[in-house]
Each structure stands twice: as structure tokens, then as C-alpha cells.
Design a protein around this ligand. Structure first.
Ligand code: C2E
Ligand code: CA
Ligand code: CA
Ligand code: CA
Length: 273
């Protein structure tokens, strides 16, 4: 039994070693990506349900890796957060989204903020500087944050949110419903928008999900917050959401995330003044 135990331990160590090595390589690669400008933003339309017009876009980061092709954010954001590389990456995302957003007058630009960025002291100053530098009107910038941001230090988070709002930017609660005490958070933080997570939308044929989505929309209405549903893939889902009074939608049914040039084309053909 003793030998057996050692064997297991050795295999485990070898496995950990490989994992460490793989992570080290990925971290090195990420640093190179930053230096070599291998990141790019794709933009997905946010659509008003009322008239199906594009009213904004969400910036979603991708990594154009020289050999691995287009790498999705879920494959590198977690390590970027662990290593702190999310700070320079996140700053690049914000600056690029604000600059590129200037090409689409009248559209809001939504940018995802990592909890790691959020805890960083200079966040508010950075946002202010980037707005000034790019000339994007603050009302056109929407910062998407998740519950993770609020969980650890509620007082500090409220202070940061208040100072961000004082700049004039909007704040959206992302992935709503996937965490623990979302309801309490809605009450005590100054959100402008609730984003209903796509897991509830893909499940809309189930009675329970219908009830949840319906009550989140009602909650948004009574708290005077805009509600947006993400991951809308079918006309049926869209008409359910319209019927229930959801104001905005985002999803493959209305448009996938696309590179800048394609979004510009889309905006030119479908957005009327
Ligand atoms: P998220 O903020 O919840 O973004 C929505 C995700 O759902 C995006 O995946 C989008 O492409 C995908 N999506 C949109 N419509 C549909 C649909 O109809 N069906 C389905 N199945 N999926 C849809 P993506 O681009 O792979 O991003 C994944 C996550 O990575 C994002 O989730 C966000 O948490 C994170 N992320 C993306 N860009 C950034 C960034 O610049 N900074 C940070 N910190 N995180 C980012
Ligand atoms: Ca988001
Ligand atoms: Ca989500
Ligand atoms: Ca998310």
C-alpha cells in the first residue's frame, strides 16, 4: 500500500509539473502577445427589441496567435487574471474599444472589466484618462462587471462604482443570476443595466427559466434599470422576451461578434439616424 501511495504521488507530481510548465509557456506567450499586438477586439451588436435597431456593441477580446489561430478569451483571461497580465491587457481593451467606438456615432460601447482590474487603485483614473484621450463621450461607455467584483470588499466596490458613475459612464451587472446574492447586490449598488445570463435564455423552453427571466425583467422595471438578455439564438426567444418587456437583446439571432470592418459595414447598412 505504501509503494502504491508513492506511485500515485509521483504521477501526481509529474502531472503538476507539466501543468506548471504549460502555464509558464502560456504566460510567456501572453507577454509576447502584448508586446507584439496580437490581441484584437470583435464587436457584437446590442439590439433594442422595440424596433430591432442596433443601439450599441460589446467589445470581446480575441488573441490572434501566430500558430494557434484565433484564441477565445476563456482560454487566456483566467491565466491573465492570475498573473496580473489582465491589467495591461484590460487597459489595451478599454483604450482600443473607446477609440474604435468613435467610428460608430450614437452607439454605446460595452467593455468587460475583470474583478482584478476593478480592485486596482488606478482604475477610475485610467478610465477618465482614456475617455479624455479618445474623446468618447462618457455616456457612450458601458462597463460590464460581475458579482465577483462586489463580493470581497463591498464598501470599496461601492466607492469605485460611485466614482466611475461620477465620470458619466454606465455600469451593467453582467451574467446576472449565475452567482449567489444577486438580489442584494442590485439593491445596494448603482447599476444602470441588468444583463440576464445566456444560460437562462437557452433554457427558455423550461417553465422554471421562463419564471426566472420574467421576474428579472420585472425587477429591472421596478428598480428602473434597463434589462438586456444575452445569448438570444432564436426568434421564439426574442418574442418571449419582447412580450415580457425586456428592452434589449444580444445573441447570434441578431448578430455574432465580428471584426471592426464588418461591424462598420453592418452599422452602415442597418442603422438609420
Ligand atoms: P460574456 O461577457 O458573458 O460575453 C458573452 C459571450 O457569449 C461571448 O463569448 C459571446 O461571443 C457569446 N455569445 C454571444 N451571443 C451568443 C449566443 O447567441 N449564443 C452563445 N452560445 N454564445 C453567445 P466570448 O467572446 O467567447 O467571451 C467569453 C467571456 O470572456 C465573456 O463572457 C467575458 O466574461 C470574457 N471576456 C471577453 N472579452 C473580455 C475582455 O476584454 N476583458 C475581460 N476581462 N473579459 C472578457
Ligand atoms: Ca459581458
Ligand atoms: Ca454571460
Ligand atoms: Ca462573463
Amino acid at each position: 500500500a505504501k509503494e502504491n501511495g508513492r506511485g500515485v504521488a509521483r504521477v501526481f507530481e509529474a502531472h503538476m509539473g507539466m501543468e506548471r510548465e504549460a502555464r509558464r509557456l502560456l504566460e510567456q506567450d501572453l507577454k509576447q502577445a502584448l508586446a507584439g499586438s496580437e490581441f484584437e477586439l470583435h464587436y457584437q451588436p446590442l439590439v433594442a427589441l422595440e424596433d430591432e435597431r442596433i443601439i450599441g456593441v460589446e467589445a470581446l477580446v480575441r488573441w490572434r496567435h501566430p500558430s494557434r489561430g484565433l484564441v477565445p478569451p476563456n482560454d487566456f483571461i483566467p491565466l491573465a487574471e492570475e498573473t496580473g497580465l489582465i491589467l495591461p491587457i484590460g487597459e489595451w481593451v478599454l483604450r482600443t474599444a473607446c477609440r474604435q467606438g468613435m467610428q460608430w456615432p450614437g452607439l454605446t460601447v460595452a467593455v468587460n472589466l475583470s474583478p482584478v482590474q476593478f480592485k486596482h487603485r488606478d482604475l477610475v483614473a485610467m478610465v477618465g484618462e482614456i475617455l479624455e484621450e479618445t474623446g468618447l463621450r462618457p455616456e457612450r461607455l458601458e462597463l460590464e462587471i460581475t458579482e465577483g467584483v462586489l463580493m470581497h470588499d463591498g464598501a470599496a466596490a461601492r466607492d469605485t462604482l460611485t466614482r466611475l458613475k461620477a465620470l458619466g459612464v454606465r455600469i451593467a451587472m453582467d451574467d446576472f443570476g449565475t452567482g449567489y446574492s444577486s438580489l442584494g447586490y442590485l439593491n445596494s449598488f448603482p447599476f444602470d443595466k441588468i444583463k440576464i445570463d445566456k444560460s437562462f435564455i437557452s433554457d427558455l423552453s423550461a417553465e422554471k427559466s421562463n419564471a426566472i427571466v420574467r421576474s428579472v425583467i420585472g425587477l429591472g422595471q421596478s428598480l428602473d434599470m434597463v434589462t438586456i438578455a444575452e445569448g438570444v439564438e432564436t426568434a421564439e426567444q426574442a418574442s418571449f422576451l419582447r412580450r415580457e418587456g425586456c428592452q434589449q437583446v444580444q445573441g447570434y439571432h441578431f448578430g455574432r461578434p465580428v471584426p471592426v470592418a464588418q461591424l462598420t459595414e453592418l452599422v452602415a447598412t442597418v442603422v438609420r439616424p
